[in-house]
Design a protein around this ligand. Structure first.
Ligand code: FAD
Ligand code: UDP
Length: 365
């Protein structure tokens, strides 16, 4: 088999670059995918009760990058959707991220913006240099908020204390001095009208793109002649673990269907302090599907299974830097995505970096 471009992984990174190569260069591309489907972690499907579920956890598209929004809008229409999350603490459901309403509901107060600023001023811990995820919360909101909303959730999610995690993990969550209870602040937000898988199918609808599923690339790569390899799988596996294994956090997804119209008031409820799962997602609240049944999903973090998150502790970020030196020396290999770049990317930045790689490393060649 001979292809100019070989792509490992049919996640959003692999599909974006395949789409660009086929549509703009009119070249043939082969994608090799280990799983039985395309889409990687954004894959969604209808369950036996006819409910559209996101098989690898809740995914909401959100971005400030107009280029990315316009690019993906070629393949889907969007259901406008504003994501809201509640956190179950002290027998109350309070808004996440922290805003005035969170503090008022949690502590039975009636603060306005100035009141909240004074309250936080009193609570927050003076930290000279913010290094860890624990520092982020202590410096922004103090110890009680940390203990109630972040400490145990983070320990469950990552299997370690926020003390050991890079500050970038919790910095994803804003702290607000207003009544904004939306999870994301980005200009463009939505869910693909027919789902993520349908959007992904459209991206690779081309006779120039061939996809081989259910195959680890190492099984067949020796039979393929190619000029450029685009690799989106785990980077330690690519280099046969020569500098040791990198850690990836995994999730076990357990879904349950109920014979009722609605399960909870918002799409996602976080459970920082109870249970072994982190959160419950009710898919109909995301997709706006109508049915007299509803499906929910619980996420149980662990270390076995499909890699979901690179593990941002110093040990593994340092180890990744060793691989990075080798990656930088390659000249016919492009590394892309969460697993290969060992980076906690959202979908929009995944697409953005694939579009940039196409422009700068493929088209300009
Ligand atoms: P992946 O989707 O992991 O794709 C990599 C592909 O490579 C996989 O299909 C894998 O099977 C394949 N592969 C790996 N090894 C091999 C091999 N040896 N041979 C062949 N194929 C291989 N982002 C948002 O913007 N909004 C959200 O709300 C959001 N929610 C999320 C919730 C969860 C629970 C998780 C885990 C992620 C979430 N994300 C969200 C992030 C989003 O899933 C990622 O940004 C995106 O899916 C990453 O795409 P990717 O192509 O880099 O990786
Ligand atoms: N987090 C937390 N409590 C929450 C929500 C998030 O402690 O109620 C922390 C946790 O460490 C998590 C990080 O903030 O990993 C980032 O949250 P986000 O919702 O962005 O996580 P993701 O959607 O990637 O799972």
């Amino acid at each position: 088999m001979k292809y100019k471009y070989l792509i490992v992984g049919a996640g959003l990174s692999g599909l974006t670059i395949a789409n660009k190569i086929a549509s703009e260069l009119n070249e043939e591309v082969l994608i090799i995918e280990k799983r039985s489907h395309i889409g990687g972690n954004v894959y969604d499907s209808y369950n036996k009760d006819g409910i559209l579920i996101q098989n690898y956890g809740p995914h909401i598209f959100h971005t400030n990058e107009k280029e990315v929004y316009d690019y993906l809008s070629q393949f889907t229409e969007w259901i406008p959707y504003e994501h809201k999350v509640l956190s179950s603490v002290d027998n109350k459901l309070v808004p996440m991220p922290i805003c005035i309403d969170t503090i008022n509901e949690l502590y039975n107060l009636n603060l306005d913006e100035e009141g909240m600023r004074n309250w936080i001023e009193n609570e927050k811990v003076d930290i000279k240099e913010i290094k860890t995820s624990e520092d982020v919360v202590l410096a922004n909101a103090g110890e009680d908020i940390y203990n109630k909303l972040f400490k145990n959730y983070t320990e469950k999610q990552w299997g370690t204390s926020a003390k050991n995690l890079d500050s970038s993990v919790i910095s994803r969550i804003p702290f607000r001095f207003n009544h904004d209870t939306m999870y994301f602040e980005d200009t463009y937000q939505g869910i693909p009208k027919k789902g993520f898988t349908a959007m992904c199918d459209e991206m690779v609808k081309s006779d120039k793109i061939k996809i081989v599923l259910n195959t680890d690339y190492k099984e067949i790569i020796d039979e393929i002649e190619y000029e450029t390899l685009i690799y989106t799988g785990p980077i330690d596996y690519f280099y046969d673990y020569k500098y040791g294994e990198l850690l990836y956090r995994t999730l076990r997804f357990v879904s349950e269907t109920y014979n009722k119209e609605s399960y909870q008031s918002v799409a996602v409820v976080n459970y920082p302090n109870d249970y072994n799962f982190t959160r419950i997602t009710e898919f109909k609240k995301l997709t706006q599907q109508k049915s007299d049944k509803t499906t929910i999903m619980k996420e149980y973090p662990g270390f076995n299974g499909e890699p979901c998150y690179p593990y941002p502790t110093k040990e593994y970020l340092d180890k990744f830097q060793e691989y990075k030196k080798d990656m930088d020396k390659e000249n016919n290999i492009i590394f892309l995505g969460r697993l290969a770049e060992y980076k906690y990317y959202n979908m929009d930045l995944i697409v953005k970096s694939a579009l940039d790689a196409f422009e700068n490393k493929i088209k300009s060649d």
